[in-house]
Write a new protein. Structure first.
Length: 478
């Protein structure tokens, strides 16, 4: 019966939910895609060919049961679809919004490979759980029985929160520490509202509070409380602190007024969306209004900066990237959205320095070309000598990536094992570090990565912590 409703990809073309027009998008920080109407969600789900070996599922880091929840949706069995979807994903409606689906589930959908256009997996995943919220099916994970053991989680980003949810459901006493005033990590202060509206994150945090997770906010571990004190207060600890040290331009350029790092810029903008007072925004330092903006970098963070600057009322926004469009790391979908909104991409360009005495007046730009492929097969950019020029700018935002902070030094924990890149060394399955009872998950282990990987790590680490807490010798020996 259900089978008849499926395999519609030949008759039914791929459709995404309606996208707001660029003129309207430029005026606010609301999400740009509207919700699927029920009929559309059912129709689009019915395009799935119910593969025996679903590549979409194997390329989803959470191995979501995609074909089954598509079939449920196509048959109008939405509550069952929600039950399946939330069984493997702590935040399905968040992943549905911000996963780079073209590189994960949708990029590996067989009907995409056969030229029919992928099933819109992310949009259906979002639709299922947004509907579940509307209809009151999303409930706090309150445990049936309490346990006495406690776990301290450092970092309230998606990795820490996914672990908190799994542990709390099993009755563990969970305390999450974070140096920010609001939980969510980069979901709250990094990713802009036009990709992920803030109420979507905050209702998840409230749900965890209702389930009994304790949050200790404005608590910078290593400053307000020592790592040792946290280890002393809990039976196990999870480090999920993300990566926050921004890579920058050359040292000579630092300190110039008008040159700002991406995360400071995005955090200020996100705080304004919460209605906070942000002095550096109000005095113009972190505000693009009326300015010629140049963003340096080609990843997702750069995309978020250019599109934020457009919404703040910049007079022009240009993005410099040293490779070409085909070789940029950011999502093609986001690049297209940015172009529609009025961003200009200047491919094959690299900054050489800044112009201006006290304040930035421009960027000295080198033109590049792509040379022969290196050992990895990727073409390396080469400078075209004598082709430099000055790009005028009032605000230059650097989005060149992030590195881990030096946790052993900051936390006076010289024994905590790290890799040569400064990330915390943890077993890739159990997420155990070299310190007994201490686990690590998310970007602090992987380096700058994705929300969906942080969720997976957090869930796996929670499983390993449960095994650790349940092993009689481990906790008793502490
Ligand atoms: P984080 O989300 O970074 O959370 C870490 C938390 O730890 C923070 O709240 C921080 O305050 C806290 N913390 C750090 N140090 C301490 C300390 N000493 N004491 C107490 N608390 C501490 N991924 C996607 O999948 N899709 C996207 O569209 C996307 N867009 C992005 C846009 C931007 C601008 C950025 C920067 C990243 C984006 N990412 C995206 C990546 C994604 O946000 C991260 O991979 C993910 O948030 C990592 O989760 P995490 O839990 O490891 O760390
Ligand atoms: Fe696709 Fe991400 Fe959802 Fe997995 S979690 S199905 S990769 S959108
Ligand atoms: Fe359906 Fe595509 Fe997944 Fe196959 S790969 S099960 S067609 S979504």
């Amino acid at each position: 019966m259900a089978k008849e409703r499926m395999l519609q990809f030949v008759k039914t073309t791929r459709e995404m939910p309606e996208k707001r027009g660029a003129d309207s998008r430029r005026q606010d920080f609301d999400e740009i895609y509207r919700e699927f109407a029920t009929i559309k969600a059912e129709e689009q789900s019915s395009r799935c060919s119910q593969c025996g070996v679903p590549y979409c599922q194997s390329h989803c880091p959470l191995h979501n049961n995609i074909p089954d929840w598509l079939r449920m949706t196509a048959s109008g069995r939405l509550e069952e679809a929600y039950a399946l979807s939330q069984a493997t994903n702590t935040f399905p409606e968040i992943c549905g919004r911000i996963c780079p689906q073209d590189r994960l589930c949708e990029g590996n959908c067989v009907i995409e490979q056969s030229g029919h256009g992928t099933v819109t997996i992310g949009a259906v995943e979002k639709y299922i759980t947004d509907t579940a919220w509307e209809r009151g099916w999303v409930k706090p994970g309150t445990p049936i029985a309490e346990r006495t053991e406690s776990v301290g989680i450092i970092g309230a980003g998606p990795g820490g929160l996914a672990a908190a949810d799994m542990l709390r459901r099993q009755g563990v006493q969970v305390t999450v520490y974070d140096r920010y005033d609001r939980a969510g990590g980069l979901l709250t202060y990094g990713i802009p509202g036009f990709k992920l509206e803030k109420h979507v994150v905050m209702r998840r945090v409230e749900l965890l509070e209702q389930a009994g997770v304790q949050f200790v906010m404005n608590c910078d571990v290593g400053v307000d409380i020592s790592f040792d004190a946290i280890r002393g207060q809990h039976d196990a600890v999870l480090i999920a602190t993300g990566v926050y040290k921004a890579r920058d331009l050359s040292k000579d350029s630092l300190g110039a007024d008008g040159l700002v790092p991406a995360l400071a810029y995005l955090t200020a903008s996100n705080r304004k969306s919460f209605g906070d007072e942000v002095e550096a925004y109000d005095n113009g330092h972190l505000n693009a209004m009326g300015k010629r903006v140049v963003v340096i970098g080609g990843g997702d963070t750069a995309m978020d900066c250019v599109r934020t600057a457009i919404r703040q009322g910049a007079t022009s926004v240009k993005c410099l990237y040293r490779r070409d469009r085909a070789n940029m790391p950011g999502s093609q979908r986001e690049t297209q959205n940015a172009e529609e909104e009025g961003v200009e991409f200047v491919w094959l360009t690299s900054p050489l320095g800044l112009v201006g005495e006290d304040h930035v007046e421009g960027v000295v730009v080198q033109r590049m070309r792509l040379g022969p492929p290196d050992a990895s097969g990727r073409q390396s950019p080469e400078v075209i000598e004598g082709a430099d020029y000055v790009e005028p700018a009032d605000l230059v935002i650097t989005a060149l990536g992030f590195e881990p902070e030096d946790l052993p030094q900051m936390w006076n924990a010289p024994d905590l094992g790290t890799t040569r890149w400064g990330t915390v060394k943890a077993d890739f399955r159990s997420h155990a570090t070299n310190l007994p009872g201490v686990y690590a998950a998310g970007d602090i282990v992987r380096g700058a990565s994705l929300v969906v990987w942080a969720i997976r790590d957090g869930r796996e680490a929670a499983d390993a912590i449960m095994d650790y807490l349940s092993a009689p010798s481990a906790v008793a020996a502490e």
